[in-house]
Ligand binder design. Structure first.
Ligand SMILES: Cc1ncc(C[n+]2csc(CCOP(=O)(O)OP(=O)(O)O)c2C)c(N)n1
Ligand SMILES: [Mg+2]
Length: 578
């Protein structure tokens, strides 16, 4: 039988390192999926919602560095991919989406399920190729694969059913060559300018992001030599915090430790591989700022900078290390490390008191989880308060990973992220800290996928019957919380009815045992339904004035609108924070 266009596509994807394709079959995709079955090298993961499949793929691609395929079919199935592809774009995950398309004879006729892929994917994807002629095979597939891998983001192959099942050109090649990551660093003249700024500065601070992923050793070496405190974004935390005597925590709304003060108190701040979006938490003109990033679009867009260098952090810092001398004055570093240590003590308040507080404090839950989980566990957090507890109470480590929708900030990412990670790293603990809003938004339906595949994912639901993060946001903005409360079933019973293991925890005294049982569970998914305190507030280490004003105003408005009860609970349940 002559090779079809879809056969060539899967063979090229397999040669590029794709091991799985997540999605839902049907319509235009039928000949594509038939070719996947014939090919046999790529596992098809049938999910119940396409978006769940993309979040799973994003975690797999981010954590393994391999490209991952997803698919959805003509129109509605394709639109379900979108939010996940935005996430892939923001988190830098190599995803190749196979989008079923209407037959070529129907294009531009408003046919059933027709969607213009160029218009639709424009915002999310780095490349969209619509295959309307088999002769495009090599060019479109190669571009989609190379762009996704090298530029680390999503690309789309829009595939009409008639083209998928058409004969491929006789000379169509399967081969794909994938270059090893290139070494990319600024010119020597720029490195000299940076070295001169460092030589002239007395107090240097470092703030790092995900761009430090491959450069931990170099950044720590630089920090040790410059006696520089090291703060980090959420995405930088896992690379720069653990086993680092210069670590001073995070700044921003989730901030803790001495990071905010250290970067404001420095006279030179090195922003390394970070596109940290909260400009109000970065210093102004009194601090000189240097930014280094491989993506030129990141340079100078969050804050005004004095020097911008384009290059990888590893290569740039390696070149820099040979050009700077050691600093001997360590008081600046010691001050901010001491501040970080005292903030950690404050953070322990609800952890230590946790066993005696009902409803359960999320700080106590997260800290106990961190203590019980394996040294190489993979943690995922839903956007919501789960991120706060992950940032503050889950300890990283050389082999632990922390991941979420940190840059796109979509709800409902954690359970699918953990599912994708479990498929990529079978046997490793994959733990999702889910919001109850997030879990019921997307994860519940695909719990069936985990059950069917017997995938041992640990899902821990923060059952607060609230969109709590938004509840806090609204109070910060000075308004009365509205539209944030809802009712939940007993998720443990729901999970059991679906064939998963369900554990319900209402008593603080049951937290340790319940988590231990969940982490030890083999052979399928677990849902741990933890009834937590919906009034648990987390305040950043630096509270901007507008937030203080907002809280005061919101509490006053709540009193005036007859919600005295919730005001008292908010104050009463958070006295340990003040
Ligand atoms: C898809 C999506 N919808 C809405 C939002 C806005 N949002 C951010 S956090 C949040 C609340 C999350 O609630 P839940 O999952 O219950 O977590 P909690 O904060 O209560 O722990 C909302 C609505 C979002 N980020 N993504
Ligand atoms: Mg909630």
């Amino acid at each position: 039988m002559a090779r079809k266009v879809a056969d060539v596509m899967w063979e090229m994807l397999a040669n590029a390192g794709v091991k799985r394709c997540y999605g839902i079959v049907g319509d235009a995709l039928n000949p594509v999926i038939d070719a996947l079955r014939r090919n046999g090298k790529i596992e098809f993961i049938h999910v119940r919602h396409e978006e769940y499949g993309v979040f799973a793929a994003v975690a797999e691609a981010y954590l393994t560095g391999n490209p991952v395929a997803v698919c959805g079919t003509a129109g509605p199935g394709v639109t379900h991919l979108f939010n996940g592809l935005m996430d892939a774009r923001k988190e830098g995950a190599a995803i190749i989406a196979i989008a079923g398309d209407v037959e070529t004879r129907l294009m531009d006729t408003a046919a059933l399920e027709e969607l213009n892929p160029y218009k639709f994917f424009d915002t999310a994807c780095l490349y969209v190729g619509r295959v309307v002629n088999p002769e495009q095979t090599r060019a479109v597939f190669t571009t989609a694969i190379m762009t996704a891998i090298v530029d680390k983001g999503p690309t789309v192959i829009s595939m009409p059913g008639d083209i998928a099942s058409a004969n491929a050109p006789d000379d169509a090649s399967h081969e794909v060559t994938i270059p090893a990551p290139p070494v990319f660093r600024p010119a020597d003249a720029d490195i000299d300018k940076l070295a001169a700024l460092i030589e002239a500065a007395k107090k240097v601070a470092i703030f790092g992001g995900d761009g430090c992923r491959d450069a931990r050793d170099e950044v720590l070496q630089l920090a040790a030599r410059l006696k520089a405190p090291v703060g980090y974004s959420f995405r930088g935390k896992q690379w720069l915090e653990h086993d680092n005597p210069n670590a001073v925590g995070m700044t921003g709304l989730l901030g803790y430790g001495g990071a905010y003060k250290a970067i404001h108190d420095s006279d030179l701040l090195l922003l390394l591989g970070t596109d940290f979006p909260f400009s109000e938490f970065l210093p102004g003109h009194d601090v000189k700022k240097v930014q280094i990033d491989r993506n030129p679009k990141h340079i100078g867009r969050r804050t005004a900078i004095d020097l911008g260098l384009v290059g990888d952090i590893k290569a740039t810092v390696t070149a820099l290390l040979g050009k700077v001398s050691d600093k001997s004055e360590s008081r600046f570093l010691e001050k901010h490390v001491a501040e970080t240590n005292s903030f950690h003590e404050l953070l322990q308040h609800y952890v230590e008191k946790g066993p005696g507080i009902k409803p359960i404090r999320p700080e106590f839950l997260a800290a106990t989880l961190s203590e019980l989980a394996a040294d190489d566990a993979l943690f995922f957090a839903d956007t919501g308060t789960a991120c706060i507890w992950l940032a503050r109470h889950i300890k990283g480590g050389a082999n632990r990973r922390l991941f979420g929708s940190f840059s796109w900030a979509s709800m409902a990412n954690a359970a699918p992220n953990a599912f994708g990670a479990q498929l990529a790293f079978p046997g490793r603990q994959t733990i999702a800290l889910c919001g109850d809003g997030g879990f019921t938004m997307l994860a519940l339906g695909d719990l069936l996928t985990q059950v069917q595949r017997k995938t041992p994912v640990v899902q821990i639901i923060l059952n607060n019957e609230s969109l709590d993060f938004v509840n806090i946001e609204m109070q910060e903005a000075g308004v009365v919380p509205f539209g944030v409360a809802f009712k939940n079933p007993n998720f443990a019973k729901v999970a059991e009815a679906m064939g998963a293991k369900g554990i319900r925890i209402e008593e603080p005294g049951e937290v340790r045992e319940g988590l231990a049982v969940a982490l030890a569970h083999q052979g399928g998914p677990v849902v741990v339904d933890v009834v937590v305190d919906p009034y648990a507030l987390s305040l950043p280490s630096h509270l901007p004035f507008h937030a203080v004003k907002g809280f005061t105003l919101s509490l006053a408005k709540q009193v005036l609108s007859g919600k005295m009860d919730s005001v008292i609970k908010t104050i009463e349940r958070n006295t340990g924070l003040v």
